[in-house]
Write a protein that binds this ligand. Structure first.
Ligand SMILES: NC(=O)c1ccc[n+]([C@@H]2O[C@H](COP(=O)([O-])OP(=O)(O)OC[C@H]3O[C@@H](n4cnc5c(N)ncnc54)[C@H](OP(=O)(O)O)[C@@H]3O)[C@@H](O)[C@H]2O)c1
Length: 295
């Protein structure tokens, strides 16, 4: 079997068109456009590149975007002050504090300071709690992106055995909660694996849908995949590659070539979950703007 490649760029472009139409409708009704402000602390090259990608995507769909950049030496109080100013700015509908933050900052404290109605990353305890209760307001963009890819791929999620490798608050955990909900694109039987799992291969081999978010290249080899499974690779790691311009290339957690011979469909890295994640962030910003007008 040679797996179909799930093209994240195509899915993202479809979502962009939907959001652009939603932005236009918002503009007609309210006179302005939705706004996203990112807060970027320090000089981590990957974070800078993610934020640039988000800015470009916002511009494409007509969302107003701004990035506040500060040196890594910023204090917790200064950063919370920035967040509070954004909370009080009616032109800002979505606030995104790019993670990870420098070690001396208390990430949870900063997330807690974000107005939950502007928390388009879906990390505030109020939004995480709503997801647990089956009433999501903002779910994190990567899990939303994975779900959207599965929907676009017409994967029957109801009753599907889904195995997720990774239980982070940003990806694995909220994704498990999303796919457990009753409703379209969900209603699955979900197993979550992590470093405490005794026999990961035994779990992954039972999956109709295998989603991998471990952050470790080579985590999933072909012998760990059920024939015909749908495989979504969330992982993004930089590995040294002197043949590339920047001296590295991006790779996922799944051994793509070998697993492609076993799976029925697989998402590549790059060009898979990454672009759809950004697109779903735009969906959350539009949603935040619409919620703000309905209050
Ligand atoms: N495409 C995108 O847009 C996007 C967005 C976000 C993240 N990512 C990428 O996705 C990956 C995961 O991100 P994250 O934020 O979820 O990472 P994270 O916070 O480091 O969490 C990784 C999770 O994977 C588990 N894990 C790690 N190695 C494992 C192994 N060998 N077997 C089983 N479980 C293992 C860890 O288990 P423990 O809990 O036991 O430690 C943890 O739960 C990273 O490569 C990240 O760059 C991509």
């Amino acid at each position: 079997m040679t797996a179909r490649i799930i093209n994240g760029r195509e899915v993202a472009s479809k979502v962009h068109q939907e959001v652009a139409a939603g932005v236009e409708e918002y503009r007609k009704l309210n006179g302005g456009v939705p706004g996203l402000t990112a807060v970027l602390i320090g000089d981590d090259p990957a974070s800078h590149s993610y934020v640039r990608g988000k800015e470009r995507a916002c511009e494409k769909v007509g969302i107003n975007t701004d990035t506040i950049r500060r040196d890594a030496s910023i204090t917790q109080e200064e950063l919370i002050g920035i967040v509070e100013d954004l909370n009080n700015d009616p032109k800002v509908h979505g606030i995104l504090v790019q993670l990870p933050l420098p070690e001396h900052l208390d990430e949870a404290g900063v997330i807690h300071a974000i107005d939950p109605m502007k928390d388009v990353d879906g990390l505030h305890p109020e939004n995480a709690g709503l997801l647990v209760l089956g009433k999501p307001r903002f779910a994190p963009a990567t899990p939303l992106g994975v779900q959207r890819m599965l929907i676009e791929e017409n994967v029957e999620m109801k009753g599907a055995r889904v195995v997720i490798v990774g239980r982070s608050k940003l990806v694995g955990m909220p994704l498990a909660l999303l796919l457990l909900q009753k409703g379209p694109g969900a209603n699955s039987t979900v197993t979550v694996c992590h470093t405490g799992t005794k026999d990961i291969a035994a779990e992954t081999r039972r999956a109709d849908v295998l989603i991998v978010a471990a952050g470790m290249p080579g985590t999933i080899t072909a012998d760990m995949v059920n024939a015909g499974a749908v495989v979504i690779d969330v992982g993004i790691s930089r590995v040294d590659d002197p043949t590339r311009k920047h001296g590295y290339r991006l790779t996922g957690d799944v051994e793509f070539d070998r697993v492609s011979e076993v799976a029925s469909a697989i998402s590549p890295v790059p060009g898979g979950v990454g672009p759809v994640t950004i697109a779903m962030l735009l969906v959350n910003v539009l949603h935040a703007a619409n919620l703000a007008t309905s209050h």
